[in-house]
Design a protein around this ligand. Structure first.
Ligand code: SF4
Length: 336
């Protein structure tokens, strides 16, 4: 049975029309779910009893559960247990500009990036829309505050679960949904070119981030197997098309790995690859895990300064939560 929180407003309207009801009922349901955060269909008091019974026959309103939480002053990490006893994680970060949540989009991931803890577990399944929406609802409930921004950058490759992720984005952005501004939502991809192209045709104002992590195919092939399917020039071409269609600036994510992608030459090559593009580079300090192949780079500032001197916007991501297993996938690995 479908979860009620998988239904976009449009799908709910069509459902009510199909059962001979007025489509404005869809808005009432959205208000119960996302404004009043009501978890029991029986309590939808402005919906008549027969219709509530019909809804209960056609949909469930099951919730995922918070299984575990780790926290320090700046970050809270949540481990969620899904209905089928799988686990995913989300991280709440307290930025200067507000509260931000990084959500997971799949159980496991098939992209196999070598430096990534989440990618050690192959994809088990895609998350459904309701599971991603509930990651946010349960965190808001836990902290009793509203989330200001969302990044889809946790476990999984969002564009490998494209339809559910886009449905999720529309629902959290809707003013009768969770009302999170499109400009405060970011999807991060490792570079699935056909999906970047599809995404550039969507009339959504959400942000796109590309996990590039290397300036040459030689290095990227070693750390990101997806590069053997879509190489750097194909990905950069797709990003250029996206920028020219949407006029939006793209974030280039670059995790700084000691002796892998952090040399002066890498910075110079990266600057020349990105020259003239409407992008900014987010340099990410690597969270060391029990993966002995990678170490944190100590050349981040030097690398950033080379990019800046070549006219490329670059910042260093604030480090969050390495004390509390906050590197993507670590809490889940411990549990499993
Ligand atoms: S970095 Fe992202 S895309 Fe790569 S394996 Fe990890 S979760 Fe998957």
């Amino acid at each position: 049975m479908n979860n009620l929180m998988n239904m976009s407003l449009e799908n709910l309207e069509n459902y009510f029309i199909s059962i001979g009801e007025k489509k404005f009922k869809a808005i009432q349901i959205f208000e119960w779910l996302y404004i009043h955060k009501e978890k029991n269909i029986d309590n939808f008091s402005n919906i008549k009893k027969e219709l509530r019974e019909k809804l209960k026959k056609d949909f469930n309103l099951d919730f995922i559960k918070i299984k575990k939480k780790e926290e320090d002053e700046l970050v809270k990490k949540y481990l969620f247990e899904l209905k089928d006893n799988n686990y995913v994680e989300a991280v709440l970060m307290n930025h200067d500009y507000g509260l931000s949540v990084c959500v997971s989009s799949q159980v496991g991931c098939n992209m196999g990036c070598k430096f990534c803890e989440s990618g050690r577990l192959k994809k088990v399944r895609n998350l459904e829309t309701y599971e991603m929406v509930q990651e946010i609802i349960l965190i808001e409930e836990d902290i009793k505050e509203k989330i200001n921004s969302v990044v889809v950058m946790g476990i999984g490759e969002p564009f490998d679960n494209y339809d559910n992720v886009i449905n999720f984005i529309k629902m959290i952005n809707h003013n009768k949904g969770l009302s999170i501004g499109a400009r405060h939502i970011t999807i991060s991809t490792c570079g699935l070119v056909p999906k970047i192209e599809e995404f550039s045709n969507l009339p959504l104002q959400v942000n796109l981030a590309l996990s590039l992590h290397a300036p040459t195919d030689e290095i990227r092939n070693r750390i990101m197997p997806i590069n053997k399917v879509y190489n750097i020039s194909q990905v950069i071409n797709a990003i250029n098309n996206y920028i020219s269609k949407t006029n939006r600036r793209v974030t280039i994510e670059y995790v700084m790995l000691n002796m892998v992608n952090d040399s002066k030459e890498c910075a110079i090559k990266l600057a020349s690859l990105l020259k003239g593009m409407n992008v900014y580079v987010n340099l990410i300090p690597y969270n060391e895990t029990n993966n002995i192949d990678f170490k944190k780079s100590d050349k981040i500032n030097e690398f950033k300064n080379i990019l800046l001197s070549k006219g490329i916007n670059a910042t260093v991501r604030k480090e969050f939560g390495s004390n509390i297993s906050a590197a993507c996938g670590q809490l889940r690995s411990k549990e499993v």
